[in-house]
Design a protein around this ligand. Structure first.
Ligand SMILES: *[C@@H]1O[C@H](CO)[C@@H](O)[C@H](O)[C@H]1NC(C)=O
Ligand SMILES: *[C@@H]1O[C@H](CO)[C@@H](O)[C@H](O)[C@H]1NC(C)=O
Ligand SMILES: *[C@@H]1O[C@H](CO)[C@@H](O)[C@H](O)[C@H]1NC(C)=O
Ligand SMILES: *[C@@H]1O[C@H](CO)[C@@H](O)[C@H](O)[C@H]1NC(C)=O
Ligand SMILES: *[C@@H]1O[C@H](CO)[C@@H](O)[C@H](O)[C@H]1NC(C)=O
Ligand SMILES: *[C@@H]1O[C@H](CO)[C@@H](O)[C@H](O)[C@H]1NC(C)=O
Ligand SMILES: *[C@@H]1O[C@H](CO)[C@@H](O)[C@H](O)[C@H]1NC(C)=O
Ligand SMILES: *[C@@H]1O[C@H](CO)[C@@H](O)[C@H](O)[C@H]1NC(C)=O
Ligand SMILES: *[C@@H]1O[C@H](CO)[C@@H](O)[C@H](O)[C@H]1NC(C)=O
Ligand SMILES: *[C@@H]1O[C@H](CO)[C@@H](O)[C@H](O)[C@H]1NC(C)=O
Ligand SMILES: *[C@@H]1O[C@H](CO)[C@@H](O)[C@H](O)[C@H]1NC(C)=O
Ligand SMILES: *[C@@H]1O[C@H](CO)[C@@H](O)[C@H](O)[C@H]1NC(C)=O
Length: 519
């Protein structure tokens, strides 16, 4: 751009001064290291916006700024001249309301119109009133109306309908944009299609997941305006109903409460059929006191009035008759300790299972407890005092059951003498113990005799004693030294309890006991 040779009409720059500066100082142009530029912000504006023309690379403080609405410094298109000191704006022919020049020379155009678009030129004077120039241009686009979405259906049915959304109004030379669930739609898919001008979005075979929200936008380089979100109403279902609880077996007299649920929009209408006959039109079927006659096939029917679809679920329910009360058979409700206790549960129905309770808790099996294969007979041997208490048997089939009357069993003390009551193993043990004791005492008597004669060291005598006991044990095929000591020890205790027939004095026995303990 050429700096204008003619001075602006309404500037206070003296014509003579400028001419003088041009004539005298052609070679005296200040060192402009950087190129002066003007930048419009924003470069593409919409009607009504403010546009600021920023000056860049200004390396000096100009005494005057001259703005033109043209590609050159054309006096006919002079907007205004601004002097910072004293601060003054002198308007030109292109000046209008809303134009402002800041102290740094930048030009602000408020509330731009389409006519404000075009070329702008700045002249910044130096101290000799030699201008430096820069030009720019910006565009102004029409202000867009707020768009809205129309749909060819207000109510759609899943998998049946294809829904077309159209962005209104229709405007030439603008771009239409779409958002689904807040996400910009950038690519079409098999099910999402756009018209050529992108103004119409079609969702083929809509599903419950396609409710949106949908938004459309109108856009030109100056601005983008987004519509209010539109949510699609998609009816669907009913899906396959579920019946809860899923129990198939009930006891006569129990409460039957069946609840049906099917995913559906709008919510399904439910009805119950028993053996194909309509029972009631409710979501829950309630029979407070079922009998065997209520056995049958229970069907839940779910219907969606909008989709017109029907789905059913069936449960074949069996109601068992009442379980007859069992009874406990016992020979004698009093048993002696260590005797055998046999209880038998008697029921009418062979198909029933049996369980036992003791003192109202489920019976815990021990090594003394035996149950017959069908659990009907309880056999406890040998009976102990802890087995005394209340016994009950329960006959059951699935969750239908009946308990016998409680039966109290008394366990009486059995103060029998040991002899005949002892087991053969115990008798053998006692005999061996007696024999071992006698043998030991004999050895110890010998030892005492020897120590009396020649008072040798105790150590030696003890070592002598050990092998002798060991030899005795070997007869019982037991060679472990630890077990030898055990045998000896137990024999001594036995001796202490029952005085030996041997003619040894109690003093001797005492001595031996303490010596063995020392080991
Ligand atoms: C400032 O001037 C330099 C040199 O001419 C140039 O490279 C740079 O882009 C300019 N800056 C602006 C913001 O215009
Ligand atoms: C000039 O001043 C205006 C208003 O104070 C400001 O917005 C603008 O950024 C300034 N221009 C430059 C280039 O600093
Ligand atoms: C912007 O300009 C338009 C017409 O040019 C006018 O109707 C409107 O009131 C102006 N708005 C402001 C904020 O100045
Ligand atoms: C701006 O100036 C260029 C030449 O510099 C011209 O081609 C263009 O048409 C002008 N724009 C307007 C809006 O006058
Ligand atoms: C749209 O743009 C075309 C070419 O870019 C132009 O011929 C037409 O006049 C424009 N229409 C409107 C309504 O702006
Ligand atoms: C329509 O939208 C697609 C995807 O967003 C884009 O690639 C295409 O350029 C648009 N067409 C028009 C005419 O705006
Ligand atoms: C809807 O989305 C859920 C989860 O993404 C999916 O499991 C279901 O199959 C979808 N339903 C339809 C009808 O597309
Ligand atoms: C679905 O059930 C309703 C009654 O709930 C009935 O009127 C309708 O005919 C049934 N539709 C079909 C397709 O079976
Ligand atoms: C329920 O019983 C009917 C016959 O009474 C039978 O056809 C059907 O398969 C049974 N349904 C189920 C789930 O057992
Ligand atoms: C039950 O057993 C106890 C103890 O053995 C005995 O005293 C009682 O006579 C028995 N009763 C009957 C009815 O056999
Ligand atoms: C059986 O054992 C459980 C857990 O060990 C205990 O809580 C319960 O009291 C026992 N029942 C009887 C009858 O002792
Ligand atoms: C007998 O009872 C035991 C539990 O005490 C159970 O595991 C078993 O299944 C029962 N047998 C029969 C035939 O009911």
């Amino acid at each position: 751009m050429e700096p204008s040779s003619a001075p602006p009409r309404r500037t206070r720059v003296p014509r003579l001064g400028l001419l003088l500066a041009v004539s005298l100082l052609t070679a005296w142009i200040p060192p402009t290291t950087a190129q002066l530029t003007v930048e419009p912000v924003p470069p593409n504006a919409a009607e009504g916006m403010d546009v600021l023309l920023l000056i860049h690379n200004l390396t000096w403080d100009p005494p005057a700024y001259l703005w033109y609405k043209a590609a050159t410094a054309d006096q006919n298109f002079h907007i205004a001249t601004y002097t910072p000191n004293p601060e003054q704006t002198t308007p030109g022919p292109e000046y209008h309301e809303g134009i402002r020049i800041f102290p740094n020379g930048s030009l602000l155009i408020q509330n731009v119109t389409l006519e404000d678009a075009g070329n702008y030129t700045l002249q910044a004077m130096n101290n000799f009133y030699i201008p430096s120039g820069a030009s720019t241009q910006f565009r102004v686009y029409p202000k867009l109306p707020e768009p809205h979405i129309t749909s060819n259906q207000s109510q759609s049915v899943e998998d049946e309908d294809s829904v077309a959304f159209t962005c209104e109004p229709e405007i030439q030379n603008i771009t239409y944009l779409w958002w689904i669930n807040g996400q910009r739609l950038l690519e079409t898919t098999d099910r999402l299609q756009l018209s050529l001008d992108n103004r119409t979005l079609t969702v083929l075979s809509i599903t419950r997941n396609d409710t949106g929200p949908y938004e459309c936008g109108v856009s030109n380089p100056g601005n983008t305006i987004r519509s209010d979100p539109l949510t699609m109403n998609v009816s669907y279902g009913p899906d396959a109903p579920t019946i809860s609880p899923p129990d198939l077996y009930y006891c006569s007299g129990a409460k039957l409460s069946l609840f049906c649920h099917a995913v559906s929009d709008p919510p399904a209408q439910y009805s119950w059929l028993v053996d194909g006959r309509l029972q009631q039109s409710t979501q829950e079927l309630l029979i407070s006191n079922v009998s065997v006659n209520d056995s049958g096939s229970y069907t839940c029917h779910a219907h969606n009035s909008i989709t017109g679809l029907n789905r059913t679920a069936v449960e074949n329910i069996t109601v068992f008759g009442p379980v007859a009360q069992p009874s406990i058979h016992v020979i004698n409700t009093t048993v002696l300790e260590r005797d055998r206790l046999v209880l038998t549960c008697l029921t009418d129905d062979a198909g029933l299972s049996i369980r036992w309770t003791f003192n109202s808790q489920s019976l815990n099996r021990t090594a003394r407890t035996r149950l017959s294969l069908d659990n009907s007979t309880l056999d406890i041997y040998p009976v102990m005092k802890v087995d005394e208490g209340e016994y009950q048997c329960e006959a059951f089939h699935l969750n239908c059951s009946s308990k016998s009357d409680p039966l109290w069993m008394t366990v009486k003390d059995n103060p029998e003498p040991e002899g005949p009551g002892l087991l053969p193993g115990a008798i053998a043990g006692i005999i061996i113990g007696v024999v071992a004791g006698v043998a030991l005492i004999a050895v110890l008597a010998y030892f005492l005799y020897c120590s009396k004669i020649g008072r040798a060291s105790d150590q030696r005598h003890l070592t002598e004693y050990k092998p002798s006991a060991s030899n005795h044990s070997q007869g019982r095929s037991d060679s472990s030294p630890e077990q030898i000591d055990e045998v000896t020890y137990s024999s001594l205790i036995f001796n202490a309890q029952q005085p030996t027939p041997a003619s040894l004095s109690p003093r001797v026995t005492e001595t031996v006991y303490s010596e063995v303990k020392k080991k």
